[in-house]
Design a protein around this ligand. Structure first.
Ligand code: HEM
Length: 169
């Protein structure tokens, strides 16, 4: 493991919060007690996209991202540490939404159409160990695609703060 990758893994494990609150100055009325919290930059995708298209290109654009997500889903669903969480899940839909999300976050020409990260994972009772297992599977999938480590780390840095929304146990 290179130093950079160790750093990325460490930052994933720590899960720094980077999301701000959307400015709602022009939006009347004050939120009712049960309304969801304002989403940070990037809205439901959980983060603002990486600027420019260099990282998107390092993922080999849409086709490369699709291969990464196909491989990620094959890994997580058969991973003895976390596979049980995906039983009964619509994997076709999950594949589509993860592909959209990674395309968007890496600076590609995509919109994310799924739920925000807190809502999507609310009922799953996930732990830090689950999050780290998925992050490891993602690193293996990115390695298989031949994504440069610097680009891998840029994506991992976008995902790390989402740990606070995804882990509830
Ligand atoms: C940075 C880490 C993660 C990201 C970016 C991520 C992203 C997503 C996205 C985009 C969706 C679809 C949202 C929707 O249904 O509209 C989703 C759903 C889901 N995620 Fe994650 N996820 C992460 C971590 C995890 C972990 C650690 C697990 C379990 C080990 C997990 C399990 C699931 C499951 C089971 C669903 C489907 C929920 C359902 O359809 O009811 N996710 N995730």
């Amino acid at each position: 493991m290179t130093m950079l990758r160790q750093l990325a893994a460490a930052s994933l494990a720590v899960g720094v919060i980077a999301a701000g609150r959307a400015c709602a100055q022009d939006q009347a009325p004050a939120p009712a007690p049960l309304s969801p919290p304002a989403l940070g930059p990037g809205g439901a995708a959980g983060a603002a996209p990486i600027a420019g298209d260099a990282v998107y290109k390092a993922f080999h654009e849409q086709a490369g991202i699709q291969r990464v997500i196909d491989d990620l889903i094959a890994r997580v669903t058969t991973d003895p540490r976390i596979g049980q969480h995906f039983k009964g899940v619509n994997l076709k839909r999950l594949n589509l939404l993860l592909t959209q999300q990674v395309c968007y976050l890496t600076g590609g020409p995509c919109q994310y159409t799924g739920d925000d990260m807190r809502s999507a994972h609310a009922g799953l009772g996930l732990r830090n160990s689950d999050f780290n297992a998925l992050a490891e599977d993602l690193q293996l999938a990115m390695d298989k695609e031949g994504v440069a480590f610097s680009a891998q780390n840029r994506l991992l840095a976008k995902l790390a703060p989402m740990q606070r929304q995804i882990v509830t146990k």
